[in-house]
Ligand binder design. Structure first.
Ligand code: ZN
Ligand code: ZN
Length: 158
């Protein structure tokens, strides 16, 4: 007797997103709901893809808790871009627009401008940075270093 071909959910899951090399987001390529969250058939029922991925790779999400996309891309299923928060905190963050949507210098935290990273030495903790600020910082640093080098050379030559 030939039964239905069963594919392990994780094998299907791995084929349903594409990693964005720029943002490291795992962008869901399959069906999404009207809010833009990926939908996934876990073998029994349809669930939200980012929640399923988080629970598979990281930890169970308790009933009263929610997952917040630090990268601000709802279709992203990268568990490293998701932070577990209470419903209250999630609502508060959504309302607290100034902190939530812009960096200290006022650059918008658009999905393209957010850099999500692991806090050093704490694999379970993530935070985010503004890419525009990072670029500005790198540029300033580059100018400082090259300027210093030029001056040093001048001094030696003289
Ligand atoms: Zn992401
Ligand atoms: Zn910024």
């Amino acid at each position: 007797m030939v039964g239905p071909i069963t594919i392990d959910p994780i094998d299907r899951f791995e084929n349903l997103y594409e990693e964005n090399p720029e943002t490291a987001c795992w962008e869901w390529t399959a069906c999404k709901n009207e809010d833009g969250y990926g939908l996934f058939f876990n073998g029994e029922t349809i669930v939200r893809a980012h929640v399923w991925g988080y629970e598979y790779h990281r930890d169970e999400v308790p009933r009263e808790m929610e997952l917040d996309h630090l990268c601000r891309s709802r279709s992203c299923v990268n568990p490293r871009h998701l932070e577990i928060v209470t419903h209250k905190e999630n609502m508060f963050r959504a309302r607290d627009k100034s902190r939530r949507s812009h960096c200290k210098k006022g650059h918008e935290f658009s999905p393209e401008n957010v850099y999500v990273y692991n806090i050093k030495g704490r694999i379970d903790r993530i935070d985010r940075r503004c890419r525009t600020c990072m670029k500005e910082y790198q540029r300033d640093y580059y100018f400082k270093v090259t300027k210093k080098k030029t001056e040093e050379t001048k001094c030696r030559v003289a």
